[in-house]
Design a protein around this ligand. Structure first.
Ligand SMILES: Nc1ncnc2c1ncn2[C@@H]1O[C@H](COP(=O)(O)OP(=O)(O)OP(=O)(O)O)[C@@H](O)[C@H]1O
Ligand SMILES: [Mg+2]
Length: 376
């Protein structure tokens, strides 16, 4: 038996996880509470994504949409090419058992049965492996989390970190392509939390897609990508990357106000000397910053990828473009665009970000001068 099936992501119409304009309202005594606001989130097969955000921001609500534990008020949730938002309740549990491994903050192992029996349960429930193979597979999973010696103990005889590793082994029982974990290290000391993360990294290397919610921003950084959620909205990750000193509310403001612009490969975005009134953050593809030299030849001064920005020099220096920028030859490009008035409004609220952008503008201006061969 293949221990882990390779996830097939070639024929997929949707990314492994695809949330489209998802809204969730909770009914409360004082009216509807808008817990998720137009959430769009795409996660590819094999990605490791952490979700961070303040308490009450909507992290668990978001995970519940993916696991089908709860359904969106409107919008679409696709996981492994299944429309989770449309699954009937009687299909849901078995679908979840085969497609998702869910890990909780408080482990949620059954206390009356042994560790190895806990791991066999999902296989029994979904009948994914022949009965005679289930025990052996559970033992292999326990070896993977380095707990084979504890197989026949009751869960309560194990430490918190060990119980969490059992819970991860249980999540892997049916070899699901996706692992979802809500604060899996919230109850563990930092060293144990570290080892749980190492285990997640190993699983990602084996092709699993993993989403974890964590309060620990240092651990969150060990994922490939971090999605920040504030007041039920996803902060654009490239806004967060480009201007990390903004507060979460300011990042959200920028996310809401930025316009997404598309450019074909090789398209000119703006040319040197033209009037400047926009600041751009690259969100897809790469752009070339092009400097004309005195002998009329062009030189590509630098390439900027997702999370990098341009248009800051003219904001601080004279409102004329100081270089030309175009989409690189082989990639279509998307940028998030803020008008200079909007950028100014934002920077008025964050002196640290103004300072950081100003320094970048000065540095880039100096570098451009040098690349031009000191002309101008
Ligand atoms: N069943 C419910 N009914 C009404 N409101 C709810 C319900 N579940 C959650 N909420 C509210 O929705 C918001 C988001 O809750 P959620 O549990 O998703 O937050 P969270 O980011 O996971 O927080 P934490 O970090 O504390 O776990 C909160 O304001 C919460 O009070
Ligand atoms: Mg939560």
């Amino acid at each position: 038996m293949a221990f882990f099936q390779k996830t097939n992501d070639t024929a997929a119409d949707h990314p492994m996880i695809d949330l489209r304009d998802v809204n969730k309202y909770y009914k409360t005594a004082v009216g509807d509470f808008h817990a998720l606001n137009s959430v769009d989130l795409q996660i590819g097969a094999g990605e490791f994504v952490s979700i961070i955000g303040k308490s009450g921001s909507g992290k668990t609500t978001l995970l519940n949409m993916i696991t089908g534990i709860d359904i969106p008020s409107n919008g679409e949730v696709w996981v492994n090419n299944t429309a989770v938002h449309k699954l009937s309740e009687n299909k849901m549990a078995r679908w979840r058992g085969k497609n998702l491994g869910v890990v909780f903050q408080f482990f949620q192992l059954l206390p009356m049965i042994s560790v190895v029996e806990n791991i066999m349960l999902p296989m029994d429930f979904c009948r994914t492996y022949p009965m005679r193979e289930r025990h052996e597979r559970a033992m292999q999973l326990l070896e993977l989390v380095e707990l084979a010696d504890h197989a026949h103990k009751l869960p309560t005889a194990l430490s918190g970190g060990q119980q969490q590793r059992v819970a991860i082994a249980r999540a892997l029982a049916n070899d699901p392509p996706v692992i979802i974990a809500d604060e899996p290290t919230g109850n563990l000391d930092s060293k144990t939390a570290e080892s749980v993360f190492t285990l997640f990294n190993d699983l990602v290397a084996k092709g699993k897609t993993i989403i974890i919610v964590t309060h620990d921003s240092a651990l969150a950084k060990r994922a490939h990508r971090t999605a920040l959620i504030a007041d039920g909205e996803i902060v654009n990750e490239y806004v967060a990357k480009a201007m990390p000193t903004l507060s979460q509310d300011q990042m959200l403001w920028a996310t809401r106000n930025a316009n997404l612009q598309h450019y074909e490969a090789g398209a000119l975005i703006f040319s040197e000397g033209s009037n400047a009134d926009t600041f751009h953050i690259v969100s897809k593809g790469t752009v070339d910053v092009v400097l004309p030299r005195p002998d009329q030849s062009d030189v590509i001064a630098l390439q900027l990828g997702p999370g990098k920005f341009f248009g800051e020099i003219a904001f601080f220096h004279g409102r004329k473009r100081r270089a030309s920028v175009r989409a690189s030859e082989n990639t279509s490009v998307e940028t998030l665009v803020l008008g200079y008035d909007q950028l100014n409004e934002l920077l008025n609220q964050s002196e640290a970000t103004r300072e950081a952008l100003h320094q970048m503008a000065d540095k880039h201006e100096d570098e451009n001068q040098a690349r031009r061969g000191g002309s101008q």
